[in-house]
Design a protein around this ligand. Sequence first.
Ligand code: FMN
Length: 413
Amino acid sequence: MTTVRQVPRWADVAPFLVTRPWSRDPVVRRLARCVCVDDLAREARRRVPRAVMDYVETGAETERTMRRNRRAYDALELRPSTFATVGDPDTSTTILGRAAAAPIVLAPTGYTRLSHHSGECAVAASAQAHGLPYTLSTYATTSIPDVAAAAPDGRNWFQLYLMKDRDISLEHVAQARRSGYEALVLTVDTALSGAKWQDRRNGFSIPPALTLRTFADLARRPRWVGDILTTEPLRFATFPADSHYARWGMSNTLREQALRPADVTWLKEQWQGPVVVKGVLSVADAVAAVDAGADAVVLSNHGGRQLDRTPVPLDLLPHVVDAVGHRAEVMVDSGIRTGSDVAAAVALGASAVMVGRAYLYGLMVGGRRGVDTALGFLTDELAHTMALLGAPTVADLHPGHVALRGPGTGAAP
Ligand SMILES: Cc1cc2nc3c(=O)[nH]c(=O)nc-3n(C[C@H](O)[C@H](O)[C@H](O)COP(=O)(O)O)c2cc1C
């Protein structure tokens, strides 16, 4: 058959022409270029200084752990129940016994105002709007009550790094209670801060030090610098402003470096509410945490930012669910970037996932609106995946929907 060619006519082309509304607002334009979390990461790189991006994005030492985390999600297969597909799945669930719009919790991230001057308040407000719990870090740059004020109806959790000086930790617990926080998340994988080689190469530290090199990096991002300089100075805002913790709170020597299961029991007694233990990387430690009184554990290698060469939390998930899932919730994090990652983790038994970098990328691109966009991507993708998998509700996701395969998966407990 021969193809008949013709001279293009305007009338034939015109119906296909779509004009995208152009916005004067650069945030709107930036966000409009993104369709997924990885796109937000790409845009974020253009907005914040390189050392700040690297602080958020890179892992400890060789970054093997971080790469393996991602490889595990990349390698798994989803197995749809084709004849059970649904149009409009329901992503809502319960986390720690209370309703959430999706099985997603915003993980604690220290020094969040470095990513965007609106920091923790923007993230907490977005989490509240999306019906998801938000975890404020001990190393936050916004105070415990200020975050509560930014998200008064939110499910706010507080992440505790236990301090050697227990009075400081008890003050955190008291403030969290006064400010209506719902749960405490005790992080147990940070006897020492991770060795972030890329931060060292960049001359980056917390609190930030101004050297010729960091100055040159900052000079390329004047808008970010302007935002930081014209807003409240960065400090560890969960500690008293006049104490040395406000500047040096992240120092290894101040943190409790020898955590024991008895510390979980002690914390549970002090708090009298839900306690989540984050940073568990073996079945034995999950059992010990739950025996000591934890209501939930988070399988986490801190997004590959702490010990290099740890197990991949996703690999441990089925084993830990088998061991403690009947008496505690099991959550997982490290490497989650898409709603299909969330679906896979939940199918393998997680009651919820935590996400860290995913929302920070959004924050860097557009403050609160960027976090909204990131959370929108994750929840929309989760709904889409559930529809195609044939899972009308979160409870319908089951291990048969996932096959773990390939390198970085299937580790023994
Ligand atoms: C910039 C940054 C700061 C973090 N700070 C903390 C922290 O203060 N406390 C904590 O328990 N975890 C912290 N984490 C780890 C996260 O809570 C979470 O475990 C991790 O980000 C999950 O991996 P993902 O980023 O791949 O989602 C931090 C992570 C990032 C990226």
